[in-house]
Design a protein around this ligand. Structure first.
Ligand code: SF4
Ligand code: SF4
Length: 172
């Protein structure tokens, strides 16, 4: 079972290195966020600088009130979604070996796939030091979002008084 504190190494061992159309489907409508040294590894793989990667291939996305870089989406006119700039119809992901951690943790064919995605979310998107991020996570849970071990809101913010104030917008 995947826990909030499951180490990255174990998570990566669960993230299968394979590729097929089931996982590729999401690449036609979005892309996964970069964290840690993803940008460095992708830039090295493409043989360009991190600055050129950022300018030419990335955009910002907001997840739980946190801004994260992700591969740029090639959008059709007036559509909020689009295909990932690194997706190729024939080859699939053209940076497969170094793809962003969120892509690696998006696995559609395993029963633990959803837990892996939530692991990414609670460790890399939800910011325990940001009240709005916590409120958005609380809404996610309330609306029936998947919960993993160690990621109950009371575990993320153990100070009960602080949590109550956050949820009542007394801390902004
Ligand atoms: S994890 Fe499953 S769905 Fe994803 S590429 Fe591998 S076989 Fe396909
Ligand atoms: S980086 Fe690769 S796996 Fe991730 S969304 Fe783009 S094409 Fe898909």
């Amino acid at each position: 079972m995947i826990h909030k504190n499951t180490p990255l190494k174990e998570v990566l061992a669960l993230a299968a290195p394979c590729r097929c159309n089931a996982c590729n489907h999401g690449c036609k409508f979005g892309s996964g966020s970069l964290v840690g040294d993803d940008a460095k590894r992708i830039a090295r793989f493409l043989n360009i600088s991190e600055e050129d990667l950022k300018k030419g291939f990335l955009e910002e996305v907001e997840l739980f009130n946190k801004k994260l870089p992700r591969p740029r989406l090639i959008r059709e006119k007036n559509k909020p979604y689009g295909r990932c700039v690194f997706f190729d119809d024939e080859k699939g992901c053209t940076i497969h070996e170094v793809k962003p951690l969120e892509c690696k943790t998006s696995i559609s064919c395993k029963d633990y796939g959803e837990e892996l995605s939530v692991w990414f979310m609670v460790n890399h998107a939800v910011d325990v030091d940001n009240a709005e991020s916590i409120r958005q996570y609380a809404k996610y849970i309330k609306s029936g979002g998947k919960l993993i071990e160690g990621a109950r809101i009371e575990q993320l913010v153990p100070d009960k008084v602080k949590l109550r104030k956050i949820l009542k917008y007394e801390i902004l």
